[in-house]
Ligand binder design. Structure first.
Ligand SMILES: [Fe+2]
Length: 480
């Protein structure tokens, strides 16, 4: 069924608070309920889809042009700003005065082998070497943006050294490096690299895979990088017929490739684990002979015969239903064995966020977005959870079924020493008052359960989005 020519509000992915906003604004002196703490200093930035031209195609929720929404905190003062990522595709469209690409659900552009699907740069946002870097989950040219003005500074191609990276490439705040991966439908199916704090390519290797894969994230420890090759992959038979269809291979293991940070292709060691699909990593660290990784894989079910129910998992993923576990893998570098365990299967959570200073080092806490139980097509993100990874215990806050919480950022308090000494900051859709709010939670102990300590009322709504990051003032100052 074609939905061409329907007004925007008739398409679910474009209705309600999914509808794009048409303005770039700066807001200050906003109404505050509660008090914004003066020792919360830095920048929260969230990326997400926001179509520049009203889509006249079968719109998919991932199609919109990337737009950043940034909230800066300065001794109690709050400034909001939003701007589109000025990708090369958007520039072309603006020059033409109309949309030139359609989306995921429509045929891709045959006349543009360089960019058959538009690189919207709408998925993730990180801070590296003084600039914000926006990224796209299907791998594409990343873009650099000014952290204060959100002005697009250009492509982040690092002197022409890279053409593409995937969303969830990861900066290391301790070394100032950016560790990245990308993936493609043709060989090399995966690449991995490291960019230095000097914005120069320091390391780059092809990673050998048996075929096209769909990795979404990577993990880093102090000395190792963990690359993902999950058994949800583009169907090779469909690909041979030039079609793109995802298929879950329940008879294949999940594979995790551990490579020293500057290791060569021959040094990648693959570890097998139970078949599932993993979007996001919580964290990873080294523990004696083991590399430990925690993440939020899809919850798997068994059928009547006790076998993994591959169809159910496939359907869950196809329909973008949300049904996840909190899970730990331990890869033993001495024996080559993998040990795995469920940390929590009581709650259903995703979009994990940690205190970024602990990335690659053993940490105790993850802050996740809370979903209703069971997979559902309709995205409902009513609250936040703080987990203790040591015990699987948690503190949860749900504002109400129709509230929508975006991925938070963890903001360390000025002078913080403890891992959870800080705040959780996020953008929230408040369905009761039909408005968007910036909400701040005290992350210490169990205080999250008390709800937000401050709510900043935005004068216009902020559409639902994807990933976010928090950059502390200390980090911002270091690169000034
Ligand atoms: Fe993601």
């Amino acid at each position: 069924m074609s939905v061409n020519h329907l007004p925007v509000h008739d398409i679910p992915a474009l209705s309600g608070n999914n509808a794009p906003v048409s303005r770039e604004d700066v807001f200050t002196d906003m109404e505050v309920i509660g008090q914004v703490p003066s020792d919360l200093n830095g920048l929260y930035v969230r990326n997400g889809p926001n179509a520049y031209y009203p889509p006249d195609w079968r719109y998919h929720a991932y199609d919109g042009d990337g737009m950043l929404h940034a909230v800066s905190f300065e001794h109690g003062r709050v400034t909001y700003r939003n701007r589109w990522v000025q990708t090369s595709a958007l520039q072309e469209e603006k020059a033409a005065g109309r949309a030139l690409w359609k989306g995921l659900k429509e045929p891709w552009r045959q006349d543009r082998p360089d960019e058959p699907l538009k690189n919207t740069s709408n998925t993730d946002i990180k801070y590296h070497a003084g600039r914000l870097i926006s990224m796209w989950y299907r791998s594409g040219m990343p873009y650099a943006l000014d952290p204060v003005t959100l002005e697009t500074l250009g492509t982040a191609d690092y002197d022409g050294a890279i053409q593409r990276i995937s969303a969830h490439s990861r900066p290391d705040e301790h070394t100032g490096e950016l560790l990245f991966f990308d993936y493609a439908l043709t060989p090399p199916y995966m690449q991995y690299g490291v960019i230095g704090p000097d914005r120069k390519l320091r390391h780059h290797i092809d990673v050998e895979l048996p075929g096209a894969s769909l990795p979404h994230d990577m993990a880093v420890t102090e000395h190792y990088t963990i690359l993902h090759d999950m058994p949800l992959r583009p169907d090779p038979e469909a690909l041979a017929a030039e079609r793109y269809k995802l298929r879950f291979f329940a008879d294949q293991p999940s594979r995790f490739g551990i490579v020293p940070r500057y290791g060569q292709a021959s040094e990648v060691r693959w570890f097998n684990a139970k078949p599932t699909y993993l979007l996001h990593v919580v964290n990873a660290w080294e523990d004696g002979d083991e590399v430990v990784m925690v993440g939020t894989p899809y919850r798997t079910y068994t059928d009547a015969s006790g076998q993994l129910d591959a169809r159910r998992l496939e359907q869950t993923i196809h329909l973008r239903q949300r049904d996840f576990l909190l899970y730990e893998w331990r890869f033993n570098l001495r024996t080559g064995q993998t040990l795995e365990r469920v940390i929590d299967d009581v709650l259903n959570t995703e979009f994990p966020v940690i205190n970024s200073l602990y990335q690659g080092r053993r940490n105790h806490f993850t802050y996740n977005v809370l979903f209703p139980q069971g997979g559902r097509e309709e995205p409902r993100f009513p609250g936040l959870v703080k987990y203790d990874l040591r015990t699987g215990g948690y503190v949860a806050f749900s504002a109400g079924p129709q509230y929508f919480y975006n991925e938070p950022g963890f903001a360390p308090r000025d002078g913080a020493v403890a891992e959870d000494d800080g705040y959780l900051v996020t953008l929230v859709w408040n369905p009761v008052d039909q408005r968007s709010e910036i909400q701040i939670f005290d992350a210490r102990g169990a205080r999250m359960a008390e709800g937000p300590m401050a709510r900043v009322i935005l004068p216009r709504r902020v559409p639902h989005g994807f990933h976010a990051t928090f950059v502390s003032q200390t980090t911002l100052d270091r690169w000034k």
